[in-house]
Design a protein around this ligand. Structure first.
Ligand SMILES: Nc1nc2c([nH]c(=O)n2[C@H]2C[C@H](O)[C@@H](COP(=O)(O)OP(=O)(O)OP(=O)(O)O)O2)c(=O)[nH]1
Length: 134
C-alpha cells in the first residue's frame, strides 16, 4: 500500500485581508522559497486540528479554521497538500520553526514572493485576494 501523506497549509489572513507567507529555512532544496505555513497531519488527526497545532508550533499564534480551499495540491513523493483559510485570533506570528522570515502580503502583492512550486496553484486557488477572510 502506498502511504499518502497529507500536508495542511494555512491561508492565514489578518483583519485587513493580507495573507501570511512564510519563507522556509530547510531543507536545502526548499530553503529561501515561500510557502503557506502548516505541516503534516499526524495519524488519526483531523486536518483542522493539525492546522491549528502547526500554526501554534511554527508561528506561536492562536488561529481558527475558516473553510477549505477546493482541491488537493500534489507535492511529490506521494504527498498532497490541502489548504484551509484560517483567521488569526491571538498573537503576532513569529518564525519559530521551519521559517526564517514572514511577510503579510497585500492582495495586490501575492506574487511578489517566490512561492514553492507546489504552492503556485494553491495560491492561485485562493481566488481574489482576501476572499474568505473575516
Ligand atoms: N507546510 C508546508 N509544506 C509545504 C508547502 N509546500 C510544499 O511543497 N511543502 C512541503 C515541504 C515539506 O516537504 C512538506 C511539509 O512538511 P513540513 O516539514 O512542513 O511538516 P512538519 O512541520 O509536519 O514537519 P516534521 O514534523 O516532519 O518536521 O511539504 C506549503 O505550502 N506548506
Amino acid at each position: 500500500m502506498t502511504e499518502r501523506i497529507v500536508v495542511v497549509g494555512a491561508a492565514l489572513y489578518d483583519g485587513e485581508g493580507r495573507l501570511l507567507a512564510a519563507r522556509r529555512s530547510a531543507p536545502e532544496e526548499l530553503a529561501g522559497r515561500w510557502e503557506l505555513p502548516g505541516g503534516k497531519v499526524e495519524p488519526g488527526e483531523r486536518d483542522e486540528d493539525a492546522l491549528v497545532r502547526e500554526l501554534k508550533e511554527e508561528l506561536g499564534v492562536e488561529a481558527e479554521v475558516v473553510d477549505r480551499v477546493p482541491g488537493e495540491f500534489p507535492l511529490g513523493r506521494g504527498y498532497v497538500m490541502r489548504v484551509w483559510r484560517a483567521r488569526l485570533l491571538a498573537g503576532e506570528p513569529r518564525p519559530l520553526q521551519d521559517h526564517d522570515a514572514l511577510r503579510w502580503l497585500e492582495p495586490e502583492a501575492l506574487w511578489t514572493v517566490e512561492w514553492l512550486a507546489a504552492d503556485v496553484p494553491a495560491v492561485r486557488a485562493l481566488g481574489p485576494a482576501g476572499q474568505g477572510e473575516r
